[in-house]
Structures are given as structure tokens and as C-alpha cells.
Design a protein around this ligand. Structure first.
Ligand SMILES: C[S@@+](CC[C@H](N)C(=O)[O-])C[C@H]1O[C@@H](n2cnc3c(N)ncnc32)[C@H](O)[C@@H]1O
Length: 280
């Protein structure tokens, strides 16, 4: 049974990086008139109240979106992200944070489509409310890693698959690579964005080795760390592995990641990585 609730973590430093990369990919897809299809395999509840119990328990958003909220020296890419989050807040106060489904919805045009998967019984109900009455969006109470592959290739022949697991199951690290390979076989030109946490660095090293030996090509990695790696409990960094990234993405991230590492890093321990894991 799944127990992870993203409400505890909404708006933290990991969401900042994940949603920045997501926005940059969606901006790029929206540059052409042709419609695209977006699949979010791990959608979560979609909408988060930062002034309620879950978010207030550990106040993770305080070292994420809250640190950027009132600044007037944001690099362009970060400014666009903060502007988007501000649209979900009716006052100057930060009280609401949109999850990936609501962020993606902001970018959808008439003919674009969004498919959302969520497997937690409570989250799926919240998600259905958060995105109700939108004919471009379809929600599935199903295993996104297993079933989303069936949607590929999409009729649009353009699109993004966001894979954002909670890594609750030990085999999730292995499953994500297998899923990426299966999806890529059916839709080789699609863009795939896989989020990962750094909790135990050896797992990430294995994930990177698996990706490198998987046969996937054109893979970039973007990582933001706020603490040095440790064997103690807790996430020190997180990243996005992007297959077929927009050609502009690495330069976009170069503009924001060094700045974010400085601003969000704790006691000067911020770090970042921008790497080509596999060439074209
Ligand atoms: C990290 S959260 C998603 C956050 C969301 N993508 C965002 O950026 O706002 C991961 C979600 O995946 C759900 N989940 C876990 N395993 C899943 C699976 N196999 N298929 C679909 N959803 C799953 C969890 O219940 C949780 O809500």
C-alpha cells in the first residue's frame, strides 16, 4: 500500500528544480503550433495548501519556493517560475503551491492533451477535483509506470512524459529505467523527464549506470544539491534526467542552477550538476 503524501514536501527545493525543468520543456513544446501530448505518470493530488498541517509539519517549502518568493534579483528562468506560482496565490502571501498537473495545465492549448496517473486512493480523489471540468485532461487511477506506455506513441507524435515517482518501492529505481526503455521503443522522439532524489548516492550511481547502458541516447542530467551527501537520513539533492531534451535546456539550466545552489544551499553547501549522460 502506498503511504507517501507529497503534501509534506510541496514547494521544497526538489519541486523548484523539477518544476523549473518541466516549465522549460513545456515552453519549448509550445513554440510550435502543432499540438502535443503530455503524460504525468505520478501526478499526486495536484494542488497544495502551504498553510495547512501537512505542509507545516516540516515546512520544507521554506527552503524552496518561499526563499524565492519576495526576491527581486531572480534570474529570468526562476522569475518565470515564481510568476507562475504567484498566479495560484491571490494575495502577496505564499499559501498555495500547484503540483505538476496544474503547472502543465497552464501551458496546454486547445488541441494539446494531458494524461494523469495516480495510484493513491486519497490523492486520486483530490486530483480529480483539482483538474475537473477540463476536456483536455484525462485522469487514471492506475499504475503510471506500468500503463502509460500503452498511450505511446501519441497521435500528436510530439510530447513529454514526466516520471516523478515517490521511490517508496525498492525496485522503483530499476523500474524507471525499464519503463523509459519500453516507452522510448514505442515513441523514440518523445521527451522524457525523470525525477530522482539523492538519499543514498550509491543508488543514483547505479541509476546513472543503468541509463548509460540502456541504449537510450541524448540524455542530460540536471541536479541541485542543498547539503553534502551523507549516510544520515534525508534528501541532500535531487535531479532530473531528461531524454531528448530541448536543445535549449542545458543553457537554460546553466543560467539558473548556479544561482539556485547559492541561494538554496544550506550553510554554503549548495551544488549543482549539468551533464550529458549519453550523447546523441
Ligand atoms: C512525488 S509525488 C508526485 C508529485 C507531482 N508529480 C508534482 O510534481 O506535483 C508521487 C506520486 O506518485 C504516486 N504513485 C506512486 N506510485 C505510483 C504508480 N506506480 N503509478 C501512479 N502513481 C503512483 C504517489 O501516490 C504520489 O502521489
Amino acid at each position: 500500500m502506498l503511504s507517501y503524501r507529497h503534501s509534506f514536501h510541496a514547494g521544497n527545493f526538489a519541486d523548484v528544480l523539477k518544476h523549473l525543468v518541466l516549465i522549460k520543456i513545456l515552453e519549448y513544446l509550445g513554440k510550435k503550433d502543432k499540438p502535443y501530448c503530455c503524460i504525468d505518470t505520478h501526478a499526486g493530488p495536484g494542488d497544495y495548501a502551504l498553510n495547512e498541517d501537512y505542509a507545516l509539519k516540516n515546512k520544507e517549502f521554506e527552503n524552496g519556493i518561499a526563499k524565492l518568493w519576495q526576491r527581486n534579483d531572480l534570474p529570468d528562468g526562476v522569475a518565470a517560475y515564481v510568476e507562475l506560482i504567484k498566479k495560484f496565490n491571490t494575495t502577496d502571501e505564499l499559501s498555495r503551491y500547484p503540483g505538476s498537473p496544474l503547472i502543465i495545465r497552464q501551458f496546454l492549448r486547445n488541441k494539446d492533451r494531458l494524461f494523469l496517473y495516480e495510484l493513491h486512493s486519497t490523492e486520486i480523489e483530490l486530483l480529480s477535483v483539482a483538474v475537473s471540468r477540463d476536456r483536455c485532461i484525462k485522469v487514471f487511477y492506475e499504475d503510471g509506470l506500468k500503463n502509460a506506455v500503452g498511450l505511446l506513441p501519441p497521435n500528436e507524435h510530439r510530447g513529454l512524459v514526466l516520471i516523478d515517482p515517490s521511490y517508496e518501492m525498492k525496485n522503483d529505481y530499476q523500474r524507471v529505467t525499464e519503463t523509459l526503455v519500453q516507452m522510448h521503443k514505442r515513441f523514440a522522439t518523445g521527451t522524457y523527464a525523470l525525477w530522482y532524489p539523492v538519499v543514498e548516492r550509491s543508488r543514483n550511481q547505479q541509476l546513472e549506470r543503468d541509463i548509460k547502458s540502456s541504449g537510450l541516447k541524448n540524455v542530460q542530467l540536471f541536479e541541485l544539491g542543498i547539503k553534502t551527501d551523507t549516510y544520515e537520513h534525508g534528501m541532500t539533492a535531487s535531479g532530473m534526467i531528461v531524454v531528448n531534451p530541448p536543445w535549449t535546456l542545458a543553457a537554460d539550466m546553466q543560467q539558473v542552477l548556479p544561482w539556485l545552489a547559492q541561494v538554496l544551499g544550506i550553510d554554503g553547501a549548495g551544488s549543482y550538476r549539468i551533464e550529458t549522460l549519453v550523447g546523441e
